[in-house]
Design a protein around this ligand. Structure first.
Ligand SMILES: Cc1cc2nc3c(=O)[nH]c(=O)nc-3n(C[C@H](O)[C@H](O)[C@H](O)COP(=O)(O)OP(=O)(O)OC[C@H]3O[C@@H](n4cnc5c(N)ncnc54)[C@H](O)[C@@H]3O)c2cc1C
Length: 484
């Protein structure tokens, strides 16, 4: 564990993420768009100005340029995780075994192909609209970084092979992994070649710009508090009531505070750090191909490079939240930042002299099987998508396509994908949810840290990390995991 008193550990939560500050500076620091002052009527009101809300508005205006859409965002568009994530953009080939379990082989392949289209879809959007989101297709490499992680991903490689998608997920030998990024910790790995990295906030802000050009009404600093359905949908925002034929709830981890959805997710924190530029050090370890890399911990480490040769390194090690409250623990957890720094130093020791200069965090919306929950309530008038479980850059694009097709009632088959409207296991009510999530979360972090040190976790930790699976949730280590 690194020494917290070292000046290299920046404090999170004091300013916006590096990504968002960089993107806003590129726009010459625009003012937020004002809240609505009068009641108004629209065809569709979207609550939440992240990728889900903005992609939905984008595809709606693509289908019907005259449609009247409003977006209500409590902060600024891209102020949430869409403007501060790792920028890993990839499909669900690594989720094929789970997709097959849920939807059968044909349904799984349909969903996986649709998810994969989000990589090309995002690239095409950027090219068409002149959005420089630093799109780079370097593949997604998932490595084993301890004996306990060996073999993770084998089932997905096997499922891809069996279902005719063997080129989508490729097994790499330890030597092949080292050739892409040399680290004494790395062993074998699997590569998803069709994956990219982006500067996440530039994508979010680019979407916002394009939506404004298309005449979408965007209100920032505007918190929506309730939906009422009485013929039309009414959305309360301060003293103003806005009405529409249909509405979209696109508020990610904040969904846990909304009636009907409270028990569908738990929120926990993920934290990122960023180094100074170090292109020479990256050349020395051979990490010049732009790969997005993760290890295979449950509380995953994820890392990628930037065009300047910085390393952005994330760790899913923040605490669980209570109810729908997205409070300071999601942005100011300096202990989580220390854990991220320790992960960086362990996995990339050749960068030991490169200073870490930035840190930030945000909430992850975890569903009971780690796939998003896409559906509708209020007699079909209020649509929702959330529960990306820390993997929403590509999937929010897919969700936007699905929601737009369902709202506009087009015959686009994406609107009929089985990933929407599935039955999802609920978590217990509060305070049980918080207590359970907190205990299991700490056990998962402990188990990953002990395994990284080459030791076997104690029996209490081993039991606690298996608890979610024993209770029927698809969370935590798979029962077949050899590591425990
Ligand atoms: C540190 C971190 C790293 C991540 N890394 C990756 C990664 O590398 N790859 C990946 O695929 N995913 C990653 N994710 C997850 C990814 O960022 C999200 O899944 C994705 O951004 C979800 O988009 P969204 O639009 O649904 O949510 P958000 O971006 O959270 O947008 C929801 C918006 O709703 C607003 N809102 C909430 N309540 C209200 C209200 N009542 N009224 C009005 N507005 C409201 C919020 O302010 C927010 O802007 C990461 C997340 C974090 C936190």
């Amino acid at each position: 564990m690194s020494d917290p008193s070292r000046p290299e550990t920046p404090q999170p939560g004091r300013q916006r993420s590096y990504w968002l500050r960089e993107a806003l500076a590129d726009e010459a620091d625009p003012s937020p768009l004002p809240p609505p002052t009068d009641d108004a009527a629209y065809d569709v009101i979207v609550v939440g100005g992240g990728y889900t809300g903005m992609w939905t508005a984008y595809f709606l205006t693509e289908t019907d340029p005259s449609i009247r859409v409003a977006i209500l965002e409590q902060d600024i568009c891209g102020g949430g995780p869409s403007g501060r994530n790792g920028g890993f953009l990839h499909g669900w080939w690594d989720q094929l075994p789970l997709l097959e379990e849920l939807h059968g082989p044909d349904g799984a392949m349909e969903v996986a192909h649709a998810a994969d289209e989000s990589v090309e879809g995002t690239q095409a959007f950027c090219e068409r609209h002149g959005v420089d989101a630093w799109f780079r297709r370097g593949g997604y490499l998932r490595v084993s970084a301890s004996t306990a992680q060996d073999g993770d991903g084998d089932d997905a490689v096997e499922a891809c092979r069996r279902l005719g998608a063997s080129d989508q997920l490729v097994e790499l030998s330890p030597a092949e992994v080292q050739a892409r990024c040399a680290s004494p910790a790395f062993r074998g790995g699997v590569l998803m070649p069709n994956a990219a990295t982006i500067q996440p906030a530039r994508l979010a802000r680019g979407l916002r710009r394009v939506l404004l050009e298309r005449g979408v009404a965007i209100h920032e600093g505007t918190r929506a508090t309730a939906f009422a359905v009485n013929g039309a949908v009414t959305v309360r925002a301060g003293k103003v009531s806005l009405t529409a034929d249909q509405a979209v709830l696109a508020v990610n981890a904040w969904t846990a505070g909304w009636p009907r959805h409270r028990s569908a997710l738990v929120a926990w924190g993920s934290y990122m750090i960023l180094t100074d530029p170090a292109p020479e050090a990256l050349r020395q370890i051979g990490w010049t191909g732009g790969e997005a890399i993760t290890d295979s911990r449950f509380t995953v480490h994820y890392f990628r490079t930037t065009p300047e040769g910085r390393v952005a390194f994330g760790a899913g090690v923040g605490a669980a939240g209570f109810g729908g409250r997205i409070g300071p623990s999601f942005e100011r957890d300096s202990h989580a930042v220390e854990r991220a720094v320790a992960g960086l130093r362990r996995l990339l020791p050749d960068l030991a002299d490169v200073p870490v200069t930035e840190a930030w965090g945000g909430p992850i919306d975890v569903s009971s099987d780690r796939l998003p929950i896409i559906g509708r309530t209020h007699g079909g008038r209020v649509h929702h998508a959330y529960g990306y479980s820390g993997n929403g850059v590509g999937p929010a694009h897919l969700a936007g396509r699905i929601l737009a097709a369902r709202i506009a009632r087009t015959d686009d088959e994406v609107g009929r994908l089985p990933i929407a409207d599935r039955r999802v296991r609920r978590f217990p009510p509060e305070p049980l949810r918080y207590v359970g999530a907190r205990i299991v979360r700490e056990a998962l972090i402990r188990r990953d840290e002990v395994s990284d040190a080459g030791q076997r976790p104690g029996w209490i930790v081993r039991l606690l990390v298996r608890l979610p699976r024993l209770l029927g949730y698809r969370l935590g280590p798979h029962p077949s995991a050899a590591r425990d």
